[in-house]
Structure formats: structure tokens, C-alpha cells
Design a protein. Structure first.
Length: 565
């Protein structure tokens, strides 16, 4: 029994759609745990100063991860390791992995150590309001503990390059599940005794589990790294490919850091509600875009390395069309059901009705960027696979400038022109909720994502001409199905709301579930009438992945077997 389970967990998965939907399923499990984590946070702390400090403390380690750790991340290592395995053999690939791990421990450790020493200074610069609170000592200590996290996750990223090359996507997707379990354990078991520092210890425990899961695969592949004397020539060769991506990620992380700094000045709970909404929006982003981008990247890298440009373009097109299709449907349904989503997931304990309304409003603004985020993520993978590593950096530079400038400008515009603020508050139904200026931070971010998408699609022509034009049909069909499904969901909400008052969690859940199911059914029926290819691919891939005969009743469109790109 145990051997069969281990065999199933470590089995390679070859097909693009099967890998994407498997990753989506396990990502859903990870995101479900992340939502449980957020519900625990909301129940214990509400959208207040303590939780603001916890989320703010994460942002500097995230920036370190983006700027330093990404220099030796899996997305840079995978093409290089694949090439060495094919051309130079296993020992050369193992030497490269060892160099990456050594660099991470030495250079990353020095950077995190320096930041830990000067933590009070830069935290005061970024978050003066939070440092002026009565929790400044815990804030500094928590930030220092969390600076261990990027080193551990960096090692996990290096090892996961082997896991992905071996197509062991099941193990790859289980890592964040264990990570979130560590945070939940820290919150429930260590916080009552150690306070916020206890949650920090839980984060570190989760990061250790994140690393440990990849070790058996790396050992079996004969690629386990060893500490070695850094070879400048080898590292310079690696950094020549990774530096553009590292800078691009650093710009994205810097954008988030600055937006969170703005949110900390919007009033108590501003960081919390913005982060809660961003975490909720990250669920469909992870399920759709991250799953397809992760599954497609090794395939794109192989095809680009073998100069199979037609196959490269076909793989990219299939992944992009599915991202467009599902993003369109989920965006509209999330906007309609936003209040129910927030109330069901976060509405507990100290998280009050005002927190719920403001988080739901921010979610509605952020989810509009879902399609842009998904395509940008996939385009970045295509650029890296094709060796065009500087393209994503230029895109991220544009996003950083536009998002931060737009957020800053909109905040000041709302202060000087109250009609703008009144319009946004009335549109999103938060006119009597304090702290609504955080909405303009979310709006600035969304504007930046769409600007970045335009730049990404324009530059995509250099590696895959014609892909952008092929997205018009799935976008049109997806939006058509989404709008009709959203209208059906909204009508159901109004009807059920007239029948039963939404005063308890079971009634809110039943109302949201009924509306969501009606919306999905209507959207699916529209897609059936349109004979949408992406919908047929979904049914076909689910059948191949599960092999459950129980799926037959749902296969109400005729699907021809075809080989995945």
C-alpha cells in the first residue's frame, strides 16, 4: 500500500494538459490550506495592527528572495541542467547544482545577515506607522526570523529543478502544501505561547518541509549537491542568464513592497485587507496560470533548445488560450460572488462586517487583473525558455513605474477630488467604510498589470509570432459565457436573498453555492453551444487524468482523443 502510494507520488507525468490539471488540483489543496490559514488569522486578529505587522514583516524577505535567490532559481537552472545532461553528462549537471547551492548559502546568508542587523532602520523607513505602534519589538524580531526563509526556499527551488526535469509534478506541487501546514501549526500551537514570533517559527518549519520533499528525487537522480569552492566562471555563466529574471522579479517584489507601504499609511487594517484580497485573488491565478506555466515551461525549454519552433509556438498557444478562457469565466463570477467568498472564507471571530465589505471591494478590483497576470506569467516562461531573458525585465520595469505611480496618483487624486472617492465607494458599496483609500492602491496595481500585458504581447512576437492574435476567439467565447453565467449568478443571488435572510454562515454558503453552480452551469451550456475547444480539452484531460467512468455523464460533448502538444 505504502509502496504503491510512493510510486504514484513519484510517477512522471508527460502530457501538458494532464500535468497542468494535476498541478491545478494539488495547487487547489495548497490554496485551500492557505485559505484556512487566512481564516485562522482573520478569526484571531481581524483586520488590525497585529496582522498588519505580520504581513508587512514578510515583504522584505520576499524582496530578498526575488533579488538574490532567483539568481539560482529553478526556472534558470532547468534549461541549463537539461542541456548539460544531454551534452556533458550527469556529473557536469551535479556540479552546476552544487555551485548554485553554495552561492545561495554564502551570498544569500550574508545579505540576510546584514538586513537582520539593520532591520529597525529600514522597517522604520518603509512602515513608520507600524514601527510607532506598541509592537515594534515583535515586528523587528519577526522580520529577522523570516529572513531565514528565503535561504530555505531558495535551496528548495534549486532542488526542485531536478524534480521538474524528472516530471515529478506531484512532489513539486506538494511542497507548498507542507509549507502552509507549517504556518498553520505555528499559528495554532506556537502563537499562544510565543506570540507573533511563534508564527515565524511555524513559517521556518514549513520552509524546511518544502526543501525536504525534493531530496529523495534528487538523490535517486544522482544529482545531490555538495558544498564546493565557488567557481567564478561557472557562476558568471549562470548569472548571465539569471540576472535579467532576478531583476525582473525584484522589480515585481519592489512594486508589492511599495504598495504595501502605501497600504500601511491608509489606516489600521489597510495592509491586512489588501493582503487578504490579494491572497484570495491568488487562488485562481495559481490554479490557472501557474499550473499551465509550470507544466509548459520544461516542454518549451526542450522545444526551444531543439529549435522546434513550430512545436514551441503550438505549446505556447494552447497554454495561452486555456489561460484566457478560464480567466474570463472566473473573473466575472468572482466579481459577482465577491462578498459571499469573503464572508465564507474570512468572516469569523474578529473579522467584522466592515472588514468583509472592504476586502470584497478590493478583491473585485484585483481580480480584474487576473487575465493579464496569467498571460504575463506565461509570456515570461516563453521568453526564458527561448533565451530572451531581458524581455520580462523591461515588462516589469514598466509595471513597477505605472503601478506605483498610478496608486500614488490615485490616492492623492481621491483626496483632492472627493467625487472620485465617492464614485469608487458607491460603485463597490463601501461608502460608509473607513480606510477606503486602499481601493486606489488596488486600482493602480490593476492598471499596471494591463499596461504590462500590452508590452508583453507586443514583445512576444519576437519568439512566437501570431500567438497574441490567436487569443481573440477564446477571449470572446470565454467572456460571452462568463457574462451570461455572471448574470445568472446575480439573478440567483437576488432571488435566494428574497427567500431567506443571509444572517448565518450556512445560509450565506448555500446562497453563494447555489448562485455559483447556476452560473457555472449556464457558462458551461453556452460553451457547449459554442463547441468551445478549451472546454472539450478540459473534459478530455480530466478523463485521461482520473480514468473514472463516473465522468461519462458529464461528457455531454463529443471529444476526439488527441495527443497533447
Amino acid at each position: 500500500m505504502v509502496r504503491r502510494l510512493l510510486s504514484r507520488l513519484t510517477a512522471p507525468i508527460r502530457g501538458l494538459h494532464q500535468a497542468a490539471y494535476l498541478l491545478a488540483g494539488l495547487t487547489l489543496a495548497s490554496q485551500f490550506l492557505a485559505l484556512i490559514r487566512d481564516r485562522i488569522f482573520a478569526h484571531l486578529f481581524g483586520a488590525g495592527q497585529v496582522l498588519d505587522i505580520y504581513y508587512a514583516a514578510f515583504k522584505v524577505p520576499d524582496f530578498v528572495f526575488a533579488l538574490v535567490v532567483s539568481l539560482v532559481s529553478a526556472y534558470v537552472l532547468i534549461p541549463t541542467i537539461s542541456g548539460r545532461l544531454d551534452q556533458e553528462g550527469k556529473e557536469s549537471a551535479r556540479r552546476l547544482i552544487s555551485q548554485a547551492a553554495t552561492f545561495l548559502l554564502i551570498f544569500g546568508g550574508v545579505v540576510c545577515g546584514v538586513l537582520a542587523i539593520f532591520a529597525p532602520t529600514f522597517l522604520t523607513l518603509l512602515f513608520p506607522t507600524l514601527m510607532a505602534s506598541g509592537h515594534s519589538a515583535d515586528f523587528v524580531l519577526l522580520a529577522r526570523i523570516l529572513l531565514i526563509q528565503p535561504i530555505l526556499l531558495g535551496l528548495s527551488s534549486v532542488l526542485s529543478s531536478v524534480t521538474q526535469i524528472e516530471r515529478r509534478f506531484m512532489l513539486f506541487a506538494l511542497s507548498p502544501v507542507l509549507y502552509n501546514l507549517g504556518i498553520i501549526a505555528g499559528t495554532l500551537l506556537l502563537y499562544p505561547r510565543f506570540g507573533l514570533v511563534g508564527i515565524g517559527f511555524g513559517v521556518i518549519a514549513g520552509a524546511v518541509l518544502h526543501v525536504a520533499l525534493h531530496i529523495p528525487v534528487v538523490i535517486r537522480a544522482g544529482l545531490m549537491p555538495k558544498l564546493s569552492v565557488p567557481r567564478v566562471k561557472e557562476l558568471v555563466h549562470l548569472f548571465a542568464h539569471s540576472l535579467p529574471r532576478s531583476l525582473a522579479l525584484a522589480m515585481s517584489s519592489l512594486t508589492t513592497l511599495l504598495l504595501i507601504a502605501f497600504a500601511s499609511r491608509s489606516g489600521e487594517g489597510g495592509v491586512s485587507v489588501y493582503t487578504f484580497a490579494a491572497n484570495l485573488e491568488a487562488v485562481p491565478l495559481s490554479l490557472i496560470a501557474a499550473s499551465y506555466a509550470t507544466a509548459a515551461f520544461p516542454v518549451l525549454a526542450e522545444q526551444a533548445g531543439a529549435k522546434k519552433f513550430d512545436a514551441f509556438k503550438a505549446t505556447l498557444t494552447v497554454a495561452a488560450r486555456h489561460i484566457v478562457f478560464w480567466s474570463s469565466v472566473i473573473t466575472v463570477l468572482t466579481m459577482v460572488l465577491r462578498a459571499h467568498i469573503v464572508r465564507i472564507i474570512l468572516g469569523s471571530g474578529a473579522f467584522n462586517w466592515e472588514d468583509t465589505r472592504l476586502t470584497a471591494a478590493i478583491l473585485a478590483v484585483l481580480v480584474m487583473a487576473l487575465l493579464a497576470q496569467g498571460l504575463i506569467l506565461l509570456c515570461a516562461r516563453a521568453f526564458y525558455a527561448a533565451g530572451k531573458s531581458w524581455n520580462p525585465l523591461f515588462v516589469q520595469l514598466g509595471d513597477a513605474g505605472v503601478s506605483v505611480a498610478a496608486a500614488y496618483g490615485l490616492i492623492h487624486a481621491a483626496r483632492h477630488w472627493p467625487m472620485l472617492r465617492y464614485f469608487m465607494e458607491a460603485l463597490l458599496r463601501v461608502a460608509d467604510v473607513p480606510g477606503s483609500s486602499v481601493l486606489f492602491i488596488a486600482l493602480g496595481y490593476t492598471i499596471g498589470q494591463f499596461i504590462m500585458l500590452i508590452i508583453a504581447l507586443l514583445t512576444l512576437r519576437t519568439v512566437a509570432p501570431g500567438v497574441a492574435r490567436s487569443l481573440a476567439r477564446p477571449l470572446g467565447e470565454g467572456l460571452s459565457a462568463a457574462i451570461l453565467g455572471g448574470a445568472a449568478s446575480y439573478g440567483t443571488l437576488r432571488l435566494v436573498g428574497m427567500i431567506a435572510p443571509l444572517s448565518t454562515l450556512p445560509t450565506v454558503f448555500a446562497d453563494g453555492l447555489a448562485a455559483g453552480m447556476v452560473g457555472i452551469f449556464v457558462a458551461g451550456f453556452v460553451l457547449r453551444l459554442l463547441e468551445n475547444k478549451e472546454f472539450m480539452d478540459l473534459v478530455d484531460s480530466l478523463r485521461k487524468l482520473t480514468s473514472f467512468k463516473a465522468l461519462a455523464p458529464f461528457d455531454f460533448v463529443h471529444v476526439h482523443d488527441h495527443q497533447d502538444s
